[in-house]
Write a protein that binds this ligand. Structure first.
Ligand code: AQP
Length: 348
């Protein structure tokens, strides 16, 4: 699929940036909403930069040993899913200081009112908003820095990140206006596919999430074939057969979710799945979905396990990616300092 031009093109050539938090193991939601599409973009030959956003992960408490493990495991997940570190830049955020530096400048561009409207902050903070970290509140400004430190033009994400990308656009526009420049592109979200919002297997109205306390709510990319099958067979559904058309799934979120997952895994549309399974009971549909999920995910899981046996090699790959990312971001952020009026005269 070709990319819609960013509004400020052609000054900004197409460049893709996206990231995933190593705040736990990767889920089927991360795979279908993000990773699978990251690989498609790479294979279309567009310049692709993918980041394990460890600085975002610590906006909520992370045990240091688990964070290190999750970062390596996520890198292994990217590679096992088809990201080629020679063609895409793959690295962890904290190794490229441009992110934190530009993040601070964007903290001074973004407005409190904008940030207060972010639904993900409200969801994650819940009733506890006085007690969560300042970083969790500022998260979308750092996310804008992640993207704009590379002047990325397109950002493939799941549906849940749409509001953060709108804020990224607002930050770019305000920076350009405040300083009278056309420096940052106004990014285009790329939200495509049949599963832009994979829902929990226990509650079709909640997003499948790596931090959901119930492991039964999600499929982890580290789950073995048996576990994947069991989770799908036990997924919450109603007792009606599948209808003939998508319209018939309107008030059946759990059924709709399983159809979407089937469609995304098999590269079909949800409407095509309905045609194939019209009238089918879940006793038929769930085993078919379980077989499909195992066929698609098991090779990834096995390759992740193999890669995780050599953590030093993973560190080497993301270290090399960080050096390549830094070479792009450093001059951009240095130019930002200049635009903002900061003196850069340190003797090196
Ligand atoms: N359920 C989902 N369906 C579709 N896409 C999803 N993504 C995440 N969950 C789903 C997409 O994966 C990318 C990386 O997301 P993230 O891990 O950085 O943050 P998140 O969206 O907050 O994911 P989680 O699993 O819910 O993490 P926690 O529990 O740590 O907050 C994004 O493109 C996202 O859209």
């Amino acid at each position: 699929m070709s990319l819609a031009p960013a509004p400020t093109a052609p000054q900004f050539p197409a460049r893709i940036f996206s990231g995933i938090q190593p705040s736990g193991g990767l889920t089927l939601g991360n795979y279908l909403g993000a990773l699978k599409r990251f690989v498609q973009k790479q294979d279309e030959g567009i310049e692709t930069i993918y980041c394990l956003v460890d600085m975002h992960a610590i906006t909520v408490w992370q045990d240091p040993a688990k964070l290190r493990h999750a970062t390596r495991e996520a890198a292994a997940g990217f590679i096992a899913a088809g990201i080629d570190p020679a063609r895409s830049i793959l690295f962890n955020q904290s190794q490229v200081t441009a992110h934190a530096e530009l993040g601070w400048i964007f903290n001074c561009v973004a407005r409190m009112g904008w940030m207060s409207r972010m639904t993900q902050f409200k969801d994650k903070a819940g009733k506890n908003s006085e007690n969560v970290s300042l970083g969790l509140f500022a998260y979308p400004a750092l996310m804008a820095a992640d993207i704009l430190a590379y002047k990325a033009t397109h950002v493939p994400v799941g549906e849940d990140q749409k509001q953060h990308l709108e804020l990224c656009r607002d930050i770019a526009i305000k920076f350009n206006n405040d300083y009278g420049v056309n420096f940052f592109p106004v990014v285009e979200p790329v939200i495509e596919g049949a599963a832009t919002r994979v829902m929990s297997l226990r509650d079709g109205t909640m997003k499948m999430s790596k931090s959901d306390p119930s492991d039964q709510s999600r499929i982890n990319l580290t789950d073995d074939a048996d576990t994947i099958s069991k989770k799908i067979r036990k997924a919450k559904t109603d007792s009606e057969p599948l209808p003939d058309t998508l319209d018939g799934l309107k008030d059946r979120p759990e059924a709709r979710n399983l159809v979407n997952i089937y469609a995304a895994l098999s590269d079909m549309t949800a409407a095509q799945v309905m045609t194939d399974y019209a009238g089918a009971q879940f006793g038929t549909f769930k085993p078919a979905l379980a077989d499909l999920a195992v066929a698609k995910l098991e090779p990834i899981t096995l390759e992740m396990t193999r890669l995780m046996q050599d953590p030093a090699e993973i560190d080497r790959i993301i270290g090399q990616g960080a050096a390549r990312a830094d070479a792009i971001a450093r001059p951009i952020v240095d130019e930002v300092y200049d635009i903002v009026g900061m003196i850069r005269s340190r003797v090196v």
